[in-house]
Design a protein around this ligand. Sequence first.
Ligand SMILES: Cc1cc2nc3c(=O)[nH]c(=O)nc-3n(C[C@H](O)[C@H](O)[C@H](O)COP(=O)(O)OP(=O)(O)OC[C@H]3O[C@@H](n4cnc5c(N)ncnc54)[C@H](O)[C@@H]3O)c2cc1C
Length: 270
Amino acid sequence: MSSIPPARDAAPEGARPRKPRYPVQVRRVQRLTPRMVRVTFGGEELASFGRPGPASHIKLIFSADAPGTGESAQDAARPTMRTYTPRRFDADAREIDVDFVIHGEGPASAWAEQAAVGQRLTIAGPGRSYAVDSAADWYVLAGDDTAIPAIGTILESLPPSVKALVLLEVADGAEEHAAQVRSANTEIRWLRRGPDARNAGRELEAAVRRIELPVGSGRIYVACESDAMRRIRRHLLHERQFPRAHLVTRGYWRLGETDHPDRDYGEDIG
Ligand SMILES: Cc1cc2nc3c(=O)[nH]c(=O)nc-3n(C[C@H](O)[C@H](O)[C@H](O)COP(=O)(O)OP(=O)(O)OC[C@H]3O[C@@H](n4cnc5c(N)ncnc54)[C@H](O)[C@@H]3O)c2cc1C
């Protein structure tokens, strides 16, 4: 079956070129935990979607009058967009899974809470991915619930011989789902922060401070609330002298901020 090429908008001069856009429809909705919903999007145009690498991202573009966006078709200057991880991409089935944290406020969280088969939105992407180094002896992957999908894709890309320690901070025990996460050579430590989002990243930071880094050449990936990410980055670089070139940190969201930018690597922490 031939597919229609996805729309490519012209980017303004000096801006990053816009990613191709794909109209999709909700095919399945699955509640993974009380606070996490997996939505499977499908669309024929996804036949030409670029294969996403580990911890890649996509933009979900909600139409102006989609439930939860709080905007009307008339007054929305630009559609609401948020950044998510393509947890699974199946080119043959033309499907992408996205695992949404239901955190209580925000158009994307509200949309995911009411998501139903047949609803439409637009996906743009995929964005840059994380470069897994097969020469590394070990990995530490640390994140909050928003990073469980990204960490899952990194784990699936690691050579089987590489040891991985995974630190995952979630609200409570009901959120501890490790679906599709490899188990050989992987140790997962769950951390519980409780229901108050103001505590985001505290348990993760404490756990990173406690770990003894193994000998050999290691890599560390951290993705969580932005301020917590900075505290963890500062600790690793300044207190532990962990090599900068082997550390990737990402602020996936920021307490009190709407639509935190997707390019927050904490590089201001020198
Ligand atoms: C590269 C990348 C990949 C990502 N992948 C995923 C993913 O796969 N799954 C996923 O769930 N999220 C993911 N995120 C995070 C997601 O983009 C943000 O949580 C986003 O803010 C959600 O949009 P919203 O409309 O629900 O809330 P917004 O409108 O952006 O924010 C509204 C309010 O909610 C707060 N808030 C936002 N997120 C959270 C949260 N998780 N917990 C508590 N409070 C929050 C904000 O501080 C703000 O006060 C990713 C982010 C990046 C940069």
